[in-house]
Design a protein around this ligand. Structure first.
Ligand code: SAM
Length: 419
C-alpha cells in the first residue's frame, strides 16, 4: 500500500527523480504508522534533512502518509525544517500544495479524509515491469482494537469496477502481465452491486493479462462466490494472505476480529476443498495485552494445524487512540520477544519443510527479470507467490515458463528451466 502511494506521489509531481538529496528541490518522506518502529523511522529520516535545509533554504521538505495523518500540524511545531504534512487521502492535492509553498513560502497541512478524488492519481509505472499493484479500495471499516488504519486512512471507499478494469487494461498495454489488487480488506470490495468474486471474474477476461493476485483478505469476507471465482478463473493465483492474528478465541474477541478460531479453520477447510493446492499465508500478533501462556500456545497449535506456507509475525505495538493501547495488561517486552522468536522458529520449520517437499515438482513461473544476485539467472514467482530462481535468458521476462524445482530454501525455490 505504501509502495503504491509512493508511486502515486511520484506520478503526480512533474519532477525528475534523483537519488541525491543535495540535488532535490522537493524531498518527501512517505510514512507508515502501523507500528511504533515504522513511525519513529519516518521521523528520524526527516531529521537527516535538517542540515541540508540550512545549505539549501529553498528545498521543500514534506512528510506524507499515515504518520503525517496521525500527528498533523504537531509535526510542523516539532520539526522547524518541515514545509508540509500530507495525509494519504490527500495525495491528489500535492501539486497544488507544492506550488503554493513555492509562491507563498507558507508551511501547510493537508490531512482531510474526505477528498472525493481519492483514486484520481494513478501510480508511476516503471517501463518493462511485469507486475503492478492496482488499488481497489482505500480505508477500512473494521474496528480491530489494535489497529490504527481506520484512524489514518479513513472509512472504506471502494473503487468502481470500470476504473479498475481501465487501469488494468492500460497496464497490460505497457507490458504488465500480473496485477495485484490492494486494499486493507480487499475481499470486502463491493461497488455498484458487484462483489469481489465479480471483480475477479471480470478482470480475468482481460486479454494479455496472465495473472491476478490480491491482498490483504479479511477472514469474514471470504465468500463462496469469491472462492468459486478463484477456483474457476485460471488467471487467479492459488494464494491467499489471510491474517489470523491469534489462535485464542479470548484474544480474538479482545482484538474485535469478529471470527473465532473454529470459523477461521472452517474457511481454510473450504478453501482447500475448492482449491487443493492453495498456498495460505498469514499475519500473527504476539504479546497482545492480556495474552497468557495458554493463549499463546493456542496460537502455536493453530499454526501447527493450518501449516501456513509462511507468515509475518509482529510484537504488539500500542498505537495512539486505539482501544488496545489503553489496556492495563501490557505484556512485558521480554515475554513478547520470547514468544515472537518461538513462533518464528516454529513457522520457519514448517516453511522449509513445505518448500523442500517441492523438490522434483514442476512449477509454472511468471518471469519478472534477472535475479538480484546473478544476471545469468532469472527470477519469478509461481502461482503460490513463492520466488523461484533458475538459470536462463532475460528474453523470458514476462512469460510463464516451466521450472523443475531442485532446491527448497526458507524464502525461495531454485530450479532448472524445462524447454
Ligand atoms: N488490514 C489488514 C488486516 O487487518 O487484516 C492488514 C493491516 S496491517 C498493514 C498488516 C499487519 O500488521 C496486520 O495484519 C497485523 O498483524 C499487524 N498489525 C497491525 N496493527 C498492529 C499493532 N498495533 N501491533 C502489532 N502489529 C500490528
Amino acid at each position: 500500500m505504501n509502495e503504491y502511494d509512493s508511486d502515486r506521489i511520484r506520478n503526480c509531481l512533474d519532477l525528475e527523480l534523483t537519488q541525491d538529496p543535495q540535488e532535490a528541490d522537493v524531498v518527501i518522506i512517505n510514512s507508515c504508522a502501523i507500528r511504533q518502529k515504522a513511525d519513529q523511522k519516518a521521523l528520524s529520516s526527516l531529521g537527516k534533512f535538517k542540515h541540508l535545509k540550512v545549505k539549501k533554504p529553498n528545498q521543500i521538505v514534506g512528510i506524507a502518509g499515515c504518520v503525517a495523518q496521525l500527528y498533523g500540524d504537531q509535526l510542523l511545531n516539532k520539526i522547524p525544517h518541515l514545509d508540509f504534512v500530507l495525509g494519504p487521502r490527500a495525495i491528489p492535492s500535492l501539486p497544488e500544495l507544492v506550488t503554493r509553498i513555492e509562491k507563498e513560502k507558507k508551511r501547510c497541512v493537508e490531512t482531510s479524509l474526505d477528498l472525493e478524488e481519492i483514486f484520481e492519481v494513478e501510480p508511476y509505472h516503471e517501463n518493462g515491469k511485469v507486475s503492478a499493484f492496482v488499488s481497489v479500495q482505500q480505508g477500512c471499516n473494521k474496528v480491530c482494537s489494535y489497529c490504527i488504519v481506520p484512524f489514518v486512512r479513513g472509512k472504506e471507499i471502494n473503487r468502481p469496477l470500470n476504473d479498475i478494469l481501465n487501469e488494468t487494461k492500460n497496464l497490460v498495454t505497457k507490458g504488465v502481465r500480473e496485477v495485484t489488487f490492494i486494499g486493507q480488506t480487499v475481499n470486502s470490495w463491493k461497488a455498484n452491486g458487484y462483489k469481489f468474486g465479480d471483480l475477479l471474474k471480470n478482470v480475468a477476461e482481460i486479454e494479455g493479462l496472465l495473472r491476478i493476485r490480491f491482498t490483504t483478505s479479511y477472514p469474514r469476507d471470504v465468500t463462496k462466490k469469491m472462492i468459486s471465482a478463484m477456483a474457476g478463473a485460471p488467471k487467479v493465483c492459488h494464494h491467499i494472505h489471510l491474517p489470523v492474528q491469534s489462535g485464542s478465541n479470548r484474544i480474538l474477541a479482545m482484538m474485535k476480529r469478529t471470527y473465532t478460531k473454529e470459523s477461521y479453520l472452517d474457511i481454510i477447510k473450504t478453501l482447500r476443498e475448492s482449491i487443493p493446492d492453495i498456498a495460505i499465508t498469514t499475519d500473527v500478533i504476539v504479546g497482545f495485552p492480556g495474552e497468557s501462556e495458554k493463549d499463546f500456545n493456542e496460537t502455536l497449535e493453530l499454526v501447527k494445524e493450518v501449516e501456513f506456507d509462511s507468515s509475518f509475525s509482529f510484537k504488539f505495538s500500542p498505537r495512539p487512540g486505539t482501544p488496545a493501547a489503553e489496556s492495563k495488561e501490557l505484556i512485558p517486552e521480554m515475554i513478547s520477544n520470547e514468544r515472537l522468536a518461538m513462533l518464528q522458529k516454529f513457522q520457519s520449520e514448517i516453511t522449509i519443510r513445505k518448500n523442500q517437499k517441492k523438490v522434483g515438482s514442476v512449477e509454472e513461473v511468471l518471469v519478472e527479470g534477472e535475479s538480484r544476485n546473478d544476471p545469468s539467472w532469472q527470477s519469478g514467482r509461481n502461482t503460490h507467490n513463492q520466488v523461484v530462481n533458475f538459470p536462463g535468458p532475460l528474453s523470458l521476462k514476462g512469460k510463464i515458463v516451466n521450472v523443475r524445482i531442485s532446491e527448497g530454501l526458507r524464502n525461495s525455490l531454485r530450479g532448472v528451466l524445462l524447454q
